[in-house]
Ligand binder design. Sequence first.
Ligand code: NAG
Length: 147
Amino acid sequence: MVLFRSRRFLVISRILFLVLDSLLEFADSAAKDVPLINMQVVAGDPVYLPCDISTPDPHDQVLLVLWYREDLGTPIYSVDGRDRDFGLAERWSDENVFANRAYFMPEKQPAELGVDHIRESDQAVYRCRVDFKVAQTRNSKVNLTVI
Ligand SMILES: *[C@@H]1O[C@H](CO)[C@@H](O)[C@H](O)[C@H]1NC(C)=O
């Protein structure tokens, strides 16, 4: 009985967490001040999606960069430096979206997500979310049109 209760508690708290997380995510992306740029790319060409990861504070650092495809709602590419130096951050790319066509270039000004061999199905609004150690999370969007 006790086991059953605690298991149920775990399930409920997990669900609550997921609900809260998606609410926060929704509030994040619905924020009016998220800058949006329009980009056009010819199918088959590469595209470079900008994402400003710069920080004015030299003591601050980037912890995590997440790219979302807005119509999917889940991250499709991540650079996770939460438990290591950002230069050694672990990269992950959704197999069903860009897979190995995408590569993040943090040294560019601004940083860019390069994506090779753009397909018609890549047309979408993408959002880059940058989490810092100190500064507030920064979001920016790219409206990608494939021609
Ligand atoms: C994205 O761009 C297309 C074509 O350039 C335009 O029709 C569409 O309204 C834009 N979407 C957003 C969210 O700005």
